[in-house]
Design a protein around this ligand. Structure first.
Ligand code: NDP
Length: 340
């Protein structure tokens, strides 16, 4: 059995889908109520691979909301993630993905130092961030979508916003070692981490967002932002490929320009047979055929019986691990989303 720990993208989103999640009494409640709400298992499903193998999974809604971070409700955020992990473990789930902000809260607030959740001692090797597969899928999206648009990576400038993060640093490593990418622009706030990444890569220009965006043929957004930013499409290169891997999305602007192509990042298309309702609730465009790459990592680990915390810690993702999960991804019929 595999598990997925997820959350909704905002209080407004949570209120709008409370009915579908099975707790209508939450629909009109504010942030305080969501801060107090316990995690719940809201979906139970089977997944059938192209190989014929069938596995079972459960979706744990943590009731975490990004507003808990922006409103400094840190204790509530921490409680949400630890309680959701304890619930997954109590349900004997072998391997559970910490989706979206779950792994970010885990890392940011050093939750590995708090393994005791009431009577449950968390076994961390039952959890994975899913970030290795997410980084792999985003890199394949860069390569394949660039080719589709006629952007030659050997002449292209790629800006990575959130470059020093777990996913961002893995994307930079892959683009550096596995592609001919001409120029890498590294964007984040903490200068020391940026300098360390630049030293590790032996390349890359550290830049502010505003100065980097107009120079980029491809922009990869993998910043941990509770709320999306607005950008002016007029300032972008044409054509420009934007891959937004944030959850919630890093971009809040609805850009409609024939030469600016926005791809949802870290999303896989699949031919798996899955009887779940949760992808509809999280507003996936084609709920029966698409899912988050981090959730897919838990599914792949269960299919392959790799019951281990495959992705763990920050900035530990290696190219061989990305290739390993990438091979499993292809084997079970997953493809990076390439349509915009
Ligand atoms: P990390 O916390 O490891 O890294 C976040 C990065 O974003 C850091 O480089 C951080 O650097 C940077 N950052 C944060 N805020 C800003 C800002 N305002 N401006 C510029 N840079 C910023 O996060 P992950 O790598 O684990 O996750 C990244 C994103 O991917 C998140 O939105 C997450 O929800 C999403 N995600 C998507 C998945 C999918 O399946 N599609 C799966 C897992 C995660 P600094 O603090 O120095 O600015």
């Amino acid at each position: 059995m595999f598990g997925l720990i997820g959350h909704l993208t905002s209080l407004e989103h949570a209120q709008s889908v409370a009915n579908a999640l099975g707790y209508p009494e939450y629909a009109h409640q504010g942030l305080d109520f969501w801060c107090a709400a316990p995690p719940q298992i809201v979906d139970y499903f089977h997944v059938t691979s192209v190989t014929g193998q069938v596995i079972e999974g459960k979706y744990v809604e943590s009731c975490f909301l990004p507003e808990m971070l922006t409103n400094r409700r840190i204790k509530a955020a921490i409680r949400k993630i630890l309680n959701a992990m304890a619930l997954a473990q109590k349900n004997d789930i072998n391997i559970t993905a910490l989706g979206g902000f779950s792994s970010i809260v885990f890392e940011e607030f050093n939750l590995r130092d708090n393994p005791q959740v009431r009577n449950v001692e968390l076994e961390f090797d039952r959890f994975t961030t899913g970030n290795t597969h997410t980084a792999y899928i985003i890199c394949r999206q860069v390569e394949q979508a660039a080719a589709k648009l006629g952007i030659d990576l050997a002449r292209a400038t790629v800006a990575v916003c959130g470059a020093t993060g777990d996913i961002g640093s893995a994307v930079c490593r892959w683009l550096d070692q596995k592609t001919e990418t001409a120029e890498l622009l590294l964007i984040a706030r903490n200068q020391e981490r940026l300098t360390n990444l630049q030293a590790e890569l032996g390349r890359g220009k550290i830049m502010e967002l505003e100065e980097a965006l107009p120079l980029a043929d491809i922009i990869v957004w993998v910043a941990s932002m509770p709320k999306g930013v607005e950008i002016n499409p007029e300032t972008l290169k044409k054509p420009c490929l934007i891959i937004d891997g944030g959850y919630p999305k890093n971009l809040s602007t609805k850009i409609q320009h024939p030469e600016v192509h926005i791809l949802k990042g870290g999303i896989v298309e699949h031919t798996l047979d899955i009887d779940w309702k949760i992808m509809q609730i999280v507003s996936m465009d084609i709920p029966s055929r698409q899912m988050f790459a981090c959730f897919a990592e838990a599914i792949l680990l269960e299919f392959e019986s790799w019951h281990t915390n495959f992705s763990w810690g920050r900035n530990q993702i290696t190219i061989p691990k990305m290739e390993q999960i990438g091979t499993a991804s292809l084997k079970h019929g997953l493809q990076p989303l390439l349509s915009w």
